[in-house]
Design a protein around this ligand. Structure first.
Ligand code: PLP
Length: 434
């Protein structure tokens, strides 16, 4: 389900050899496949075809303008979580009228900007936010379209840092309180109750949590939709992807061509949910992020040193946790493959680490990898989601370059950041200057 595969012994992205990109653009380098992006979008789009639906791509997963344009060209809308993201939608040529605005901390300024741009809906996370949206809309003499985010209190069974649908976390309004909140919202003059929303978590690899959550909220949605003439029901994002194909297939052979595919296929997702949702007669929104971009991107890095200590074989690479923080932040797994594979099946148990002065700066621990040496290149797969967007300048490292590949074409869609830019806006107060 993605377009990174070996041609002969060279890793390709679609029809482009990744090594040719590295020669031209250096490392660390993010490479995205346009075909994978479109394919994932279209598979979801087709699976939901029986429903009036809108895919609002959760752009926090990857907000590069070229990625966004790929998806808006296919008719996609966006799930935004800040004014900055909404401005990015506009800059990338997306349609604000296909945007939903999520997040627990929307400021007055953000609400005003989104109202002026005519977004589709605010996904509201608290009663205080409702009051604030009503107030700002009144000031602008507008009616703000809103949906309340219902927290269905079901455990998505995913990593604690990405579970959002239980009362243990900060998101949404408790299931039991939602009806009362809508009743009060209906009395606020500057609101239009356009729909209802939920999002239970991320990297869900089974359909059951979605099924449970939808089943739980359906009677409420039916009742409220009738009462307030809702237009839509958003079931959120969260579809997971395969990060470790070896675990899925029981095959730990690293040299097999990369084959990560979604476990929770769009077909399986739709087969369960479409029949439940269809009778509502509402427009259904989904907000997938990771599913669309996760396996559409890789991070390419150069081996700088191989260091053997008494116990370990450290492969020290030029990418670091500032480029891809997922292993440090979520203990996540990324498949690591060489750009040039050799025929030997011998592996060395290795720790792949970056140059940053933190023990958390690693990409893999005790991973069987082919023997590599200085100057070899490795690709960290499934790095398209929550990769570049979480990059920082820690250790005064500039952010990596990003490339979009389309068949045999490749474009630099964001250049490597010159390090001077990192401190360009800093200044030294006069009293320190002598
Ligand atoms: C992060 C987020 C998403 C997307 O999650 P994925 O797991 O990347 O699909 C969707 N909706 C909301 C409200 C989110 O916060």
């Amino acid at each position: 389900m993605h377009d990174f595969h070996y041609v002969g012994n060279k890793l390709n992205c679609e029809l482009v050899s990744v090594e040719s990109l590295v020669k031209k653009f250096g490392t660390p380098l993010y490479v995205y496949s346009q075909h994978t992006l479109s394919d994932h979008f279209q598979k979801l789009d087709q699976a939901l075809a029986p429903l009036d639906h809108l895919i609002c791509y959760a752009m926090k997963a990857n907000s590069n303008a070229a990625v966004m344009r790929t998806l808006s060209n296919l008719g996609g809308g966006f799930d935004v979580v800040s004014e900055g993201e909404l401005r990015r939608v506009i800059a990338a040529g997306g349609d604000p009228r296909k945007c939903v605005f999520a997040g627990v901390g929307k400021t007055e300024q953000e609400i005003e900007f989104a109202l002026r741009k005519g977004i589709y809906s605010f996904n509201v996370e608290s009663e205080a936010e409702l009051l604030r949206i009503n107030k700002v809309a009144g000031r602008l003499n507008k009616k703000a379209p809103i949906a309340i985010r219902v927290n269905p209190n079901v455990d998505a069974g995913t990593h604690a840092k990405i579970t959002t649908g239980t009362y243990e976390n900060k998101f949404g309004i408790a299931f039991e309180q939602v009806e009362g909140v809508y009743a009060r919202a209906s009395k606020l003059k500057n609101l239009r109750l356009r729909g209802i929303q939920m999002h239970i978590g991320s990297q869900l690899t089974q359909v059951q949590p979605f099924e449970l959550a939808v089943k739980k909220v359906l009677p409420l949605v039916t009742k409220l939709a009738k009462k307030y003439k809702f237009e839509f029901f958003s079931i959120g994002g969260g579809l997971g992807i395969v990060y470790n194909p070896a675990l899925e297939s029981g095959d730990s052979a690293w040299w097999k061509s990369a084959s990560a595919k979604p476990i929770l296929t769009p077909a399986r997702y739709a087969e369960t949910l479409v029949p439940m949702l269809q009778p509502l007669g509402l427009r259904i929104l989904i907000e997938p992020g990771r599913f669309i971009v996760g396996n559409a991107g890789i991070l390419v890095t150069r081996v700088e040193y191989v260091k053997r200590t008494g116990k370990k074989n450290f492969v020290i690479v030029d990418a670091a946790m500032n480029d891809l923080i997922r292993p440090a932040f979520y203990d996540s797994y990324h498949q690591i493959v060489p750009l040039t594979r050799n025929s030997s099946k011998a592996t060395v148990s290795s720790d792949v680490v970056g140059p940053i002065c933190e023990s958390g700066d690693y990409f893999a621990k005790d991973r069987p990898l082919p023997k590599v040496g200085e100057g070899d290149f490795l690709a960290l797969l499934s790095a398209g989601a929550y990769g570049f967007v979480m990059a920082s300048n820690y250790n005064s490292r500039g952010t990596a370059a990003e490339i979009l590949v389309n068949k045999n074409q490749a474009a630099l869609v964001r250049p490597r950041q010159p390090v001077e830019e990192i401190w360009a806006t800093e200044s030294i107060p006069a009293w320190l200057k002598k």
